[in-house]
Write a protein that binds this ligand. Structure first.
Ligand SMILES: NC(=O)c1ccc[n+]([C@@H]2O[C@H](COP(=O)([O-])OP(=O)(O)OC[C@H]3O[C@@H](n4cnc5c(N)ncnc54)[C@H](O)[C@@H]3O)[C@@H](O)[C@H]2O)c1
Length: 228
């Protein structure tokens, strides 16, 4: 089976009702991203940051995977599918995808502010005073702006082995995630699904733009993969 590697961004979850952030003028649910997604923001106002992620975590109980997530899961019948997501939600897993690498962390995990190896599953609210086993404050297990992206090497390895690359719903503004596309083998097809794509067909060899929302665009992709 061919390796099909999929890079997903916030647009993948938009049809599930989770807001993207550049579509909202660079605000994430009404907040300046540096306020809620940077170490400085957490230092300045930890209560606000914890509450922000508590709301995002609570939202996961209401939203559901969309048709696009399920199409990606079904492709596992025909391809070795590896998903590399910038999303911090768990909708790929809940659609049944078996290989999901979270580049920017996960809402349903928290970690120690003192020892980043101490990571815990967390379903409910996180508040000041919730401590790790080394008695340090816990924080969301999210990669904030300015922080290292520990999973990037694994993501590069996956992208380098891709026979087909599919990119869905990302503005390609956040690095190093946006640079992953540069690690593909020469001449593999790259499909870019986004109603408002930020790159042009001429930017890469063999780039095929599908200017549609994730679920419709994935149905189009399936047609192309199986009928051309
Ligand atoms: N669901 C989530 O987990 C979530 C949501 C918002 C932000 N974030 C975080 O913020 C950062 C955002 O960067 P990004 O590039 O992923 O998102 P972004 O908000 O910068 O860009 C969203 C992209 O999705 C496209 N889009 C909008 N609706 C779509 C749809 N229905 N189908 C397909 N595409 C659609 C837009 O045209 C845009 O190009 C990431 O690091 C991510 O961790 C995560």
């Amino acid at each position: 089976m061919k390796n099909l590697v999929v890079l997903t961004g916030a647009g993948m979850s938009a049809e599930s009702g989770i807001a993207t952030f550049r579509d909202a003028d660079g605000l994430w649910e009404g907040h300046d991203v540096m306020e809620v997604a940077s170490p400085e923001g957490f230092y300045n106002n930890p209560e606000l940051v914890l509450e922000f992620y508590n709301q995002r975590r609570a939202q996961l109980k209401i939203v559901k995977p969309n048709q696009g997530h399920f199409i990606l899961q079904k492709l596992e019948g025909n391809f070795k599918v590896h998903i590399v997501t910038q999303n911090v939600d768990d909708l790929h897993e809940r659609a049944g995808s078996n290989s999901v690498l979270h580049l920017h962390g996960e809402l349903r995990k928290v970690r120690s502010t003192k020892n980043e190896q101490l990571v815990y599953d967390w379903q409910e609210d996180l508040v000041l005073g919730d401590l790790c086993e080394e008695k340090a404050q816990l924080r969301p297990h999210i990669v904030w702006f300015g922080e290292a992206v520990p999973m990037i090497d694994q993501a590069i390895e996956l992208v380098a082995k891709a026979d087909i690359l599919v990119i869905i719903g990302t503005s390609m503004q956040v690095y190093p995630a946006a640079g992953l596309v540069n690690h593909v083998k020469n001449d593999i097809p790259i499909y870019f699904i986004d109603p408002n794509p930020s790159i042009k067909e001429t930017d890469f060899n063999k780039l095929i733009l599908i200017k549609e929302e994730a679920s419709k665009g994935l149905a189009t992709l399936v047609n192309r993969l199986f009928h051309t």
